[in-house]
Design a protein. Structure first.
Length: 159
């Protein structure tokens, strides 16, 4: 299967941290990575429907959960990975309930865990695309309504 480029947005108000994550992810040539340092900048680009957004929970211009809600509303197919310094499990559970795909705590292993989370998401995204493609192919091949002719009650019931 031909692998497609995965569009990833990295959102963090800490410019150095955001740039470091983006650089690390861009080491994979199949990843198209863009950085955003504010919720306002991200909001202006949500219409582009990125595949994945890594989102700092503590943005100064918007609450993390509010921004997650906006992403889920504006770009529901986008997978969101929250990256946070928060250790509160209740916050993480609430974010999962609101649509976050993963929650990674900022520490020395953040980059490695993020890499693995994105790899897993990428496989999921590719599998979903493949299933949709196969469904369309099967529907075309076995479109009985256009290949079987008949108006009887039994034929209508079969359709």
């Amino acid at each position: 299967m031909l692998r497609e480029t995965v569009c990833i947005y990295v959102v963090d108000d800490d410019v150095l941290y955001c740039s470091a994550l983006a650089h690390y992810l861009s080491l994979n040539p199949d990843y198209k990575v863009r950085t955003f340092y504010s919720a306002k900048d991200l909001k202006a680009s949500l219409h582009e429907n990125p595949d994945i957004i890594t989102l700092d929970y503590s943005m100064p211009d918007t609450k993390g959960e509010d921004l997650l809600g906006l992403i889920m509303q504006e770009s529901p197919e986008t997978k969101v990975i929250i990256i946070s310094g928060q250790e509160d499990i209740k916050v993480a559970i609430d974010l999962f309930k609101k649509g976050a795909h993963d929650y990674i705590q900022k520490d020395a292993d953040t980059q490695q865990r993020l890499w693995m989370a994105i790899q897993n998401l990428r496989e999921t995204i590719e599998l979903k695309k493949e299933v949709e493609s196969l469904k369309k192919e099967v529907e075309k091949k076995y479109d009985f309504q256009h290949s079987i002719i008949g108006n009887s009650t039994a034929i209508k019931k079969i359709f």
